[in-house]
Design a protein around this ligand. Sequence first.
Ligand code: NAP
Length: 659
Amino acid sequence: MSANPIDHADAFDTYLPIDIDDAELERILEKAELPALLAALAKLTGDTSLVPPSLKPPHTRKSFIPMPQGGLDEAQQKEARRLAFDAIRRYRDGEIQTPGHTDDAELRAIVSFLITRDFDDYRDLLIHEVADHDVGAPQWTLSELDPDRPFKVLIIGAGITGVVAAYRLKQAGVEHVVLEKNPEIGGTWWENTYPGCRLDTSNYAYSFSFAQKTDWPQKFSRQSEIQDYVLKVAHDYGVRDRIVFNTLVRSVIYDEEAGEWEVTAVTDGEVRVHRANVVISGTGQLNSPKLPNIEGMDSFAGASMHSARWNHDVSLKGKRVAIIGTGASAYQIAPAIADEVGKLEVFQRSAPWLLPTADYLDDISPELMWLFRHIPGYARWYRFWQFWLATEGRMPTVTADEGWSEEGSIGAINHAFRQELEAEFRRQLADRPDLIDKVIPTYPAGAKRLLRDNGQWSATLRKPHVDLVTEGIERIVPEGVVTADGVLHEVDVIAYATGFRADEFLADMEVRGRDGVEVHEYWDGDPRAYATMTVPGFPNFFICGGPNSAVAANGSAIFIVECSIEYILECIRTLVVKRLKDMEPTDAATDAFVGKIDRANRARAWGAEGVTSWYRNKTGRVSAVWPFELLEFWNMTRGPAEGDYRFTPLGELTTQAAE
Ligand code: NAP
């Protein structure tokens, strides 16, 4: 293994010595998340009796909604606390030696305790996620591979992708530049500042594997918290100086002869041309706000704004406000502004499914925080636990059964899941039958993004000055919104929480590959990519967050980004080691990949007939989301399958197949 050019010992956790007495420890353990704690302690002590089968979390056997403590009952929790107490006490008192090394048998016992899938499948992914060193770092540097090869990478966008890509390229010693249209790093977290904006995936999973943080103030942190984190990582890991801000990329054109991309961008009004061997697009799927096409929108006399372009100069105090849309953004905005406004009308076209999450808005308790700061590895195992609960463990709930015909669901588990979610609506709104029918979606659970809910949605809707309007919008007039029943809803402010042009990958950018073919013309409204990242005819061009890469059953987009960048680094290594000018996927491999994706998406809730969402493009094909478990994304991104690519050797102009 080569040495990394960057030394950053501060990347990894440091733990404080334990200096509390038994009584205090017992008190703290009342607030522990037990399954991950037992896993961490078993790893720390090498004692797998801390993860006995009798305490294995039952997961979905009791409920399809994630349950506190993984569904352990009271007696099991008591026993788990007893085991944890004993282990931490012995660790505190120096009675056990920490082995510092875990063999596969121990790891197998620990992982098999937490998850319901085969350890061997998850082993490498798990190590990437919980190891105490940066497992995702490239194991090579350009100067080792080929010191004479001039090689430059250009990254579009300094959001999550830009930060990861710049860091990994820096580790590999590959020259790079990041062009960012905004004046600051952060991408979606810089742009989305609407009231109530926060994560709906656990922070412990939604964070960089190489810069994990043990002290998130909340499990689902606020926008400012995440933005600060991204800024800090960019600063601490030294990627900021490679970013050119206020730079909007206009065109990306391949120079076949030179094997270089010519990127034209406008920086502070001045047009500049950049050249690079490889281009990575990190502009994301949810980058271009989508305003609806409603008659009369321009005639509105009050203030209006899109959720991703929130105008904080517009005071909402005492105002009559309309929110159009009830997706993830509207769901966060409405409760956040309800108490400030004079009247709130939420215009709903389709109701969202809500995933009961009691601690959605809660602070991490001081006790749990104490455990994260004092028990080595606990936050990392908690990360893996959250990863499991939020994605892999949830896939069965969105999977179709062949021949299932019941309306509103796609299979037996999905049906049972629906019933549980529906029961929660009915429980919360038992005294408001008028709202119940409006809020229960007609489409299968999981077909659109599930929104985490601690009851705030129904609490908002039941406020006397809040109305949920389900009548369709007919037009907008200077005074407000007119619905199909002819009612004029007079408002002072309209907030469009109407989503993004998610089906238009690489929006507003001209991308020309071989023979001058433009990528949007090539796609013709149906974006497709091999391995979600590469497109035939567009050599050395990688789309991070490309077609079919979004996680739908919730989960961490950062996981997808990190895997993708690791794959792209492997492609760069291939280009250098094999002395190639460029590489692009074959048509056959791309067709086969997309065919596999399409078949799988059809068997998911969001692929069900009649379901519409930003997951589908203009042709009706689901081109936004990844239909498999994250494990499959992990496996796919370990490196390019060479038979699936066409390579052009350096110094030759014609392409030739790899085989
Ligand atoms: P969205 O999910 O696409 O929701 C748009 C909403 O606007 C939907 O309710 C849609 O109704 C409605 N709408 C669109 N055009 C309309 C029209 N002409 N008339 C009436 N209603 C209209 O957009 P989003 O809420 O911004 O969320 C997009 C994605 O961003 C999410 O799925 C999520 O991945 C991400 N996000 C994440 C977070 C988070 O992590 N906390 C927060 C916000 C967003 P229909 O459903 O009927 O189309």
